[in-house]
Ligand binder design. Structure first.
Ligand code: AHR
Length: 673
């Protein structure tokens, strides 16, 4: 012990002298808060290209009735189950028992989804039982109303069959059916429709209504079958089926990966209801759809495995495919019997990246994507680590995937932040849902985790519970602190995504969420808005920062990055003040290496709220919003005020040193010399 004393004193003395020197050099009072930024890229560290991404789960109608733009819900009449008679909800009947009888049977053209709708029309255009002038039939309100907008076109596809000639009106109407926004007729002879016939119509809307419905009506007696009825807006992203406003919201975050399709959705409450990729690929008409028994709703699986891969590609992101490894919430496949599940996983990889002449790669090619998708990551299971068969099943999957595709990185469900894994993995999955204070305290969670071994994938994080409401500012601020902590630890944390991403306000299964929408509108919660501050971090350089006199309510980071839009170089300093008093912060940027901070082109953005529990809403979608503005006095030395409870970013434009202000007249002079 005695031998250690002298070096310790020397160290302490050295620290004191250094700190005092910094204070003198920067002209800061001993009790003033100081942030030193070492702008030298060579002493910084590259942030992984993949750091910030998205987690898309089919929860809250994120996909069906959300990002997937299909307007018809239960388009194949399969949601009521494979036995007939069955529930056709949300389809409803226009007419009454004297005019119409509707039932389901198993006469569909499609083998994997045998249910079709049979409509027996009892009334007619003349005679004793005359149909109402608007006709009788069925309607579908979509997902809490269809958004039909004037001037836009909608592609209707349906399959129809009849024992006689038909004259069916296909219309998009308001929710009462009285106002027609767009309509066309299907008129066919008996021979035309004696077998199933595919009909395609393009309807142009003459009016706007956010709560519309699709009607199939007739005034002619007869028996008509319908199946696989679809209405797609023509303005989906690149025609790929993604609702364009929701897609744009994702693109704005510049995500580097998309983890999909769950979450618990992947597991299922029971394995028989888990997501099975092979049931979600191929022509949409042939997909059986399935009931997601964790979040308790039916999906037609228009947004299937192929579409998820397409989504990631369209976003310029990498897919992270979460695969069920034989474990649901309630049941598990024994490891001795898991090999068929392993084969499913191998087939899914071949579907994504096998050559177009391979068995599954050829299906991808027929779906319009002969080139392979860039699948590099597979997560085995979701939150299943402690379960009896997890390790055994995991190893079977790991060995088989690793043998066939050695470059694929495999993500384990088991947390290696506290103790090493007992199985091989490239990443370990880390989920955190907690209170605001705890989330902020977790900013240092990864400071001391092992630097060797699998990297961390923080694939689900969010403040939840009372602190969060349906998306409070407080929750977002704590998350901002946590994210800065992750950014600083991005040598061990390679990927991070918020959860959940979307909520259709008509079916909130989970609070809070990043993006709230209904049929026609959307708004971002503060947790989404915080993520915008990190959109440029992936692939940037994290710079060394030192925060002194830290009251424990501050955390800061700095990155150096090049903006591809203007090809200019910036330093972005982000600071969270989680405390309730204003902080006077002196920022000192050193080691600029032949460059300097340009006043023009530098700016700052402040995100704060006087009421921590404030939320955005449909009526006030921008109540909470980061406020950008010029950065007065941008330079190597800056005195700034951090409002209580705030996230502030300072974007400093770097330029050649000759551009900086010269002379000893102000605080910029020192660094210019
Ligand atoms: O994000 C919501 C759910 O939280 C996910 O499905 C699950 O992984 C976690 O428990």
């Amino acid at each position: 012990m005695a031998s250690c004393k002298a070096p310790c004193c020397v160290l302490l003395f050295y620290f004191f002298v250094c700190f005092a020197c910094q204070c003198i050099a920067t002209g800061v009072d001993a009790d003033q808060t100081l942030l030193l930024v070492n702008a030298s890229e060579s002493s910084g560290r590259l942030i992984p290209e993949t750091l910030f991404g998205l987690f898309f789960e089919e929860i809250n109608h994120a996909g069906a009735g959300g990002l997937w733009a299909e307007l018809v819900s239960n388009r194949g009449f399969e949601a009521g189950g494979p036995n007939t008679p069955s529930n056709i909800d949300p389809w409803s009947i226009i007419g009454d028992e004297s005019s119409l009888s509707v039932s389901t049977d198993r006469s569909s053209l499609f083998e994997r989804n045998k249910i079709a709708l049979q409509m027996e029309v009892l009334c007619d255009i003349s005679g004793a039982n005359i149909c109402p002038s608007g006709g009788v039939g069925i309607y579908n309100p979509g997902y809490w109303g269809m958004n039909i907008e004037q001037g836009k076109t909608y592609k209707v596809v349906l399959y129809v069959r009849s024992s006689g000639p038909i004259n069916v009106s296909v219309s998009l109407t308001d929710s009462s059916g009285l106002q027609k926004l767009a309509a066309d007729d299907i008129i066919a002879s008996a021979s035309d429709v004696s077998d199933w016939k595919k009909v395609e119509l393009l309807l142009e809307a003459k009016g706007t209504n956010h709560n519309s419905r699709l009607q199939l009506t007739t005034t002619r007696k007869g028996v008509i079958w319908f199946d696989q009825v679809s209405v797609m807006p023509s303005d989906t992203y690149k025609g790929h089926g993604f609702r364009s406003d929701l897609f744009q919201k994702l693109a704005d975050l510049k995500p580097r990966f998309v983890r999909f399709p769950g979450g618990c959705f992947v597991e299922g409450e029971w394995l028989r209801n888990a997501f099975r990729w092979k049931e979600t690929v191929g022509p949409w008409e042939e997909r059986p759809g399935h009931f997601g028994d964790v979040w308790m709703y039916w999906t037609d699986d228009g947004l299937g495995y192929f579409e998820f891969l397409q989504l990631t590609e369209d976003l310029g992101a990498l897919p992270i495919w979460v695969f069920n490894n034989g474990i649901s919430h309630q049941d598990q496949v024994d490891t001795t019997a898991v090999l068929p599940f392993v084969q499913e996983a191998l087939d899914s990889i071949q579907f994504a990246r096998g050559p177009p002449d391979s068995k599954w790669g050829s299906l991808r090619a027929t779906m319009g994507h002969p080139e392979p998708f860039d699948l590099r990551y597979i997560a085995l299971g979701n939150e299943d680590c402690g379960k009896k068969n997890y390790r055994g099943n995991y190893l079977k999957f790991y060995d088989a995937i690793n043998r066939a595709y050695p470059d694929i990185k495999i993500i384990s469900n088991c947390d290696a932040s506290n103790r090493p894994l007992d199985h091989p993995a490239d990443f370990y999955d880390f989920h955190i849902y907690t209170s605001a204070n705890d989330m902020f305290s977790k900013r240092s969670k990864f400071d001391n985790v092992p630097r060797k071994g699998p990297k961390a994938f923080v694939s689900e994080y969010a403040v939840t519970g009372n602190d969060a409401g349906k998306g409070s500012f407080l929750a977002a601020l704590a998350e901002a602190g946590f994210l800065i902590g992750l950014e600083k630890n991005s040598d061990v944390v390679e990927m991070v995504s918020y959860a959940p991403l979307f909520v259709n306000a008509n079916d909130r299964r989970w609070n809070p969420d990043a993006i709230v929408f209904n049929s026609s509108h959307l708004y971002a919660t503060p947790s989404y808005l915080v993520q915008r501050f990190f959109a440029e971090s992936s692939g940037a350089t994290i710079l060394k920062t030192t925060l002194t006199n830290n009251s424990n309510s501050l955390i800061a980071s700095a990155i150096s990055w090049k903006n591809p839009e203007d090809s200019k170089n910036y330093i972005r300093i982000k600071v969270v003040n989680f405390g309730s008093i204003t902080v006077n912060l002196k920022i000192s940027v050193g080691e600029l290496e032949k460059s300097s901070i340009q006043i023009s082109g530098s700016n700052m953005t402040v995100f704060t709220s006087t009421n921590l529990m404030d939320e955005n809403s449909f009526s006030e979608p921008r109540k909470l919003e980061p406020k950008p503005g010029p950065l007065e006095g941008a330079g190597e030395e800056m005195d700034v005020k951090l409002p209580p409870h705030s996230l502030t970013s300072f974007d400093l434009l770097k330029g050649p040193s000759s551009n900086i202000r010269m002379g000893g007249t102000d605080s910029f002079s020192r660094s210019s010399i």
